[in-house]
Design a protein around this ligand. Structure first.
Ligand code: AKG
Length: 276
């Protein structure tokens, strides 16, 4: 297996993508229209102590979409009506995933891999500069969090190098050094799984190496994309709901986003028509 760097249940593959795979991914990116979501549903009371806000960055999901306003997938209790069926992976990502899943099955013990495991959902994060009143606001970092989907996660990065870190949960004011820091380079693949990296510690994107010339596709009004990360995860099929079967009020909460997506996506147009 070429150039794997290993640290327990963490693997890093520098130069994982071939030139032609990278080109095909970039070509695919020109065909999608990421959206800016609000964190909470509009027109409903906010959770106590929270204020409505736009997510820091535009996103796109493949396989299934976890709209922020429906809150995210958090098993074991919060699994229903949170993952809405979305577009299948384009051929280039499906081909890459066949290889990624084979690596995961070779590298991770069976106890880390849940029954029915397939990387069937993907969050595409667009990082860069939000243009606000003539000022560029950097949105390249991600705060400490966990990915709740079960099993190993695979992450492909394009664009600026980013410093990805695992840190133990801490109390306010406490400072603890990262358990593991990994620079994620253009064309790299990162895999992590097991209870330490998935359940016990958090991860974050701490900083990026700025490249003022980068402007990755697609064109997003008011935004310059300097880095794109695809995080592939597993959501059991029984927890993925077609838009047409999403009950109220979740359906009303997301119909605006689905209509926006439908302007560019045949898949979401069909999803809307099924319900009409
Ligand atoms: O951009 C990255 O490398 C990390 C993204 C991430 O932490 C996530 O999608 O949960």
């Amino acid at each position: 297996m070429p150039n794997a760097e290993r640290n327990g249940r963490h693997y890093y593959f520098r130069n994982y993508l071939s030139r032609s795979e990278r080109e095909r991914i970039v070509e695919f990116l020109t065909t999608i229209a990421p959206i800016w979501e609000l964190r909470y549903p509009e027109g409903r009371p906010l959770p106590p102590g929270q204020t409505q806000r736009r997510l820091l960055r535009p996103v796109y999901w493949l396989g299934s979409w976890q709209f922020a306003c429906l809150d995210y997938y958090r098993p074991p209790r919060h699994v229903h009506n949170r993952c809405v069926e979305a577009e299948p992976f384009p051929p280039v990502l499906a081909e890459i995933l066949a290889d990624v899943e084979a690596r995961i099955r070779r590298l991770f013990p069976p106890s880390d891999i849940p029954r029915g495991y397939r990387l069937n959902t993907c969050l595409v994060n667009f990082y860069g500069s939000r243009l606000e009143g003539g000022r560029a606001v950097d949105t390249a970092r991600v705060g400490e969090h966990r990915d709740f989907e079960p099993g190993p996660v695979a992450s492909l990065s394009l664009g600026e190098r980013a410093l990805f870190q695992f840190v133990a949960p801490r109390r306010v004011g406490e400072c603890n050094p990262p358990l593991l820091s990994q620079w994620l380079e253009d064309g790299s693949l990162q895999l992590f799984g097991g209870t330490l990296y998935k359940d016990r510690v958090l991860h974050r994107v701490q900083r990026v190496t700025r490249n003022p010339d980068l402007d990755l596709p697609p064109r997003i009004p008011g935004f310059r994309t300097r880095r794109i990360n695809f995080t592939f995860r597993f959501v059991p099929d029984e927890h993925v709901v077609p838009f047409a079967r999403l009950p109220e009020p979740a359906r009303s909460d997301v119909i605006g986003y689905v209509s926006e997506l439908a302007q560019r996506s045949r898949f979401f147009r069909a999803a809307l028509d099924t319900k009409r």
